[in-house]
Design a protein around this ligand. Structure first.
Ligand SMILES: O=C(O)CCC(=O)C(=O)O
Ligand SMILES: [Fe+2]
Length: 677
């Protein structure tokens, strides 16, 4: 059960009225319509699994076998760093990104301490078809796919009987009519031009600077397709080395990089694109490739320096643990063994693969297993990078607020909250410190919703919970009116089993275009956001048919809410998803330190900008959500369960169901009902 304590606020000391507490309408309704989640969304971690079920399930099977002590490895893959692309005299020079080589000079040797370095070069052998209609070719972003949506449909045509160890897309020689004139399609000889990287030509060689970076111990691969998995034994190499995570550099982002990363991700390998070490000729193609890899394959994107930082000081375990713990789901496995130890000796000691066996059996020998399944691996990896990013962006905030920490009074807290609210209003400033709610590079999907860690200065954060707790029991919250937010709801979750069912906040009384700001103190809980049934999202990546998610697929995001964090939830996110905090029924031993803190109790503060008002005696109601739209037109509140209550319940129900409501149609007339029975 959730204990909700209402906090009525005066909008200004001079006006004799109180804000309508929307929670009263909302919460009373919730008591009647408790929604219990009944089924687990298997699509939760990445929708790709349903698009490429066969490739995914083979890796899933592989990773979920239970044998201790097997450690996964990382690889740095560098594609196409050849004269034809890097040299100004090459056939298809990419735009030299400033400092690119310097960054590689730092990254490559640094990476060797943590994993394998893999150099992949192209050699023209025969014309390769890109994005053919029958699906029998490489997937790149060029030619006819550039303006429209990318033709991925051929990949899903793969039959389960196909051998997943073979490259997913085997390009076939192009015939005359299929010739692509797009000059970026460098593995294509047309009547007008020569292909790039012709075997034994200068263009196919590595420039000297790159040659100097290659060590004897590195893996070198020559490919003749856009994808490094076509015509090579790269997959076997990766599997024999237990490389489950690839960091990708090179050029072109939209060609070899894209085709390779797509294939790798289909094989269940976690991809991190090192954005400042990618080369391209056209920015929009580079962006599109990254967007698709992030949206479809849940790839991460990092700078080279952040990659090195992350490798050198991986985030602590608390931040990496998966907190999926809904009653309808298996809880995540332990994560201790996740961190790869890249020492070659240890790797060999534990597992000596028989490559032939892999082709046939599609799984590792029973003696080799991972403690994690692929879902955990992926979500952890995603979380980890987000945590790193968050950590590295909060430093300036800590400095900013340092002076304000001398005295940790509630006034101080108020001041800090005001400051935080101002920052919410100034989106640009906030963006420096917070990250998109659903992860770095998920700006669009997050629709302006963001998460900010380390909201308050450290000293204040240490005491704020103890200071706020008595407030919850004793009295409504102090006035917390800011410029944009005039209402706060304080809620105490007494332990892991207190929950709030999934819902959308009802926008009847909430100012249009405003954001809902949700601050967490105390024990960490996880907010689950789940797209509405039958909703076609306009926020996620559009598919060929224009809609991002099929009406049957529901997208789920789980956002851990650590102590001292703040979510700014846009009304768009509120409309698109139901949000809630499920009861956590895992055994206590599975709780992380952050989840156990404060005796498992959590306080949330939900700030809103409310546009419907009540008179101090609660007899009159007016404003956006009432029938009288101004003070002068205020009407008497309606209580009881008459027809009007029923109508309001129905309207609220509509908002819980639909990702888009016609606000004017559903709520426009307003309702003077205050208490729903
Ligand atoms: O406690 C929380 O963080 C969520 C609260 C919430 O969603 C609500 O009150 O509408
Ligand atoms: Fe809510």
């Amino acid at each position: 059960m959730l204990v909700g304590i209402r906090a009525l606020l005066h909008s200004s000391p001079h006006e004799q009225f109180e804000m309508l507490d929307p929670a009263r309408r909302i919460r009373t309704l919730l008591l009647h319509t408790l929604l219990h989640t009944t089924s687990c969304d298997i699509d939760k971690v990445y929708a790709a699994a349903s698009v490429y079920p066969f490739a995914m399930s083979s890796l899933l099977a592989l990773l979920s076998q239970q044998t201790p002590n097997l450690q996964t490895q990382k690889g740095l893959i560098l594609l196409g760093l050849q004269n034809d692309f890097l040299s100004p005299d090459g056939k298809l020079p990419v735009s030299p990104r400033s400092g690119y080589l310097e960054r590689l000079k730092e990254l490559v040797p640094a990476f060797r301490e943590f994993g394998s370095v893999i150099w992949v070069r192209s050699e023209f052998e025969a014309n390769r078809v890109a994005n053919p209609d029958d699906g029998d070719g490489d997937t790149v972003i060029a030619g006819s796919t550039v303006d429209g949506s990318l033709g991925l449909k051929h990949v899903s045509k793969r039959k389960a009987s196909e051998d997943a160890t073979l490259p997913l897309k085997r390009a076939k020689p192009a015939d005359a009519e299929e010739e692509e004139e797009d000059p970026e399609l460098f593995l294509n000889r047309t009547s007008n031009r020569e292909p790039c990287c012709v075997k034994a030509s200068w263009g196919a060689e590595y420039p000297e600077d790159i040659q100097n970076l290659i060590a004897d111990s590195d893996i070198q691969v020559t490919k003749t397709y856009y994808s490094a998995f076509g015509s090579t034994s790269l997959l076997l190499t990766l599997r024999s080395k237990l490389i489950t995570e690839l960091f990708v550099c090179g050029c072109n982002t939209n060609l070899s990089v894209f085709a390779t990363a797509m294939d790798a991700a289909r094989y269940g390998i976690q991809i991190t694109l090192i954005e400042d070490c990618l080369g391209y000729r056209r920015r929009e193609r580079h962006d599109e490739a990254i967007r698709k890899l992030v949206d479809i394959m849940e790839s991460d994107v990092m700078s080279s320096s952040k990659t090195i930082d992350m490798l050198r000081s991986p985030p602590d375990d608390d931040k990496r643990e998966d907190h999926c713990s809904d009653e309808d789901e298996e809880s995540a496995a332990a994560t201790d063994e996740l961190e790869a130890d890249s020492s070659e000796e240890e790797e060999e000691e534990d597992f000596i693969p028989d490559p032939d066996a892999h082709i046939e059996k599609q799984h590792w020998p029973p003696s080799a297993r991972l403690p994690l399944n692929v879902e955990n691996l992926r979500s952890l990896s995603l979380r980890r990078s987000t945590a790193v990013a968050a950590r590295s962006t909060v430093t300036s905030q800590a400095v900013d607020l340092e002076e304000k920490t001398a005295e940790t009074t509630v006034d101080e807290y108020e001041k800090a909250m005001h400051e935080a609210r101002d920052r919410v209003a100034r989106y640009d400033a906030l963006a420096q410190r917070s990250t998109p709610l659903f992860g770095m590079n998920k700006e669009k999907e997050s629709a302006g919703s963001r998460i900010l860690y380390d909201l308050l200065p450290a000293e204040l954060a240490e005491t704020v919970f103890e200071k706020l707790k008595p407030e919850v029991h004793w009295q409504p919250a102090e006035e917390a009116a800011g410029h944009a937010l005039n209402h706060v709801l304080i809620q105490l979750y007494r332990g892991g089993t207190d929950f709030i069912s999934e819902h959308s906040d009802k926008t009847l009384d909430i100012a249009k275009g405003s954001s809902i700001v949700n601050v967490s103190f105390g024990a960490q809980r996880t907010m689950r956001l789940r797209s509405k049934r039958g909703a076609t999202s306009h926020l996620a990546a559009p598919s060929k048919h224009g809609a991002a998610t099929s009406p049957l697929t529901r997208t789920t995001h789980r956002i851990p809410l650590p102590h001292n964090s703040m979510i700014t939830m846009s009304l768009e996110t509120n409309a698109e998803y139901l949000h809630g905090i499920n009861a956590d029924k895992r055994p206590a031993v599975e709780f992380s330190a952050a989840e156990k803190e404060y005796d498992g109790q959590r306080i949330s503060l939900t700030f809103r900008q409310i546009e419907t008002f009540l008179s101090a005696d609660e007899r009159l109601i007016w404003g956006q959500g009432a029938t009288g739209k101004s003070r002068a037109l205020a009407r008497e509140v309606v209580n009881g369960d008459g027809k009007e209550s029923e109508e309001l319940v129905r309207a609220f129900g509509a908002e819980n169901k639909a990702s888009r409501i016609e606000w004017e149609v559903v709520y426009g007339r307003g309702s003077d009902v205050l208490h729903l029975k």
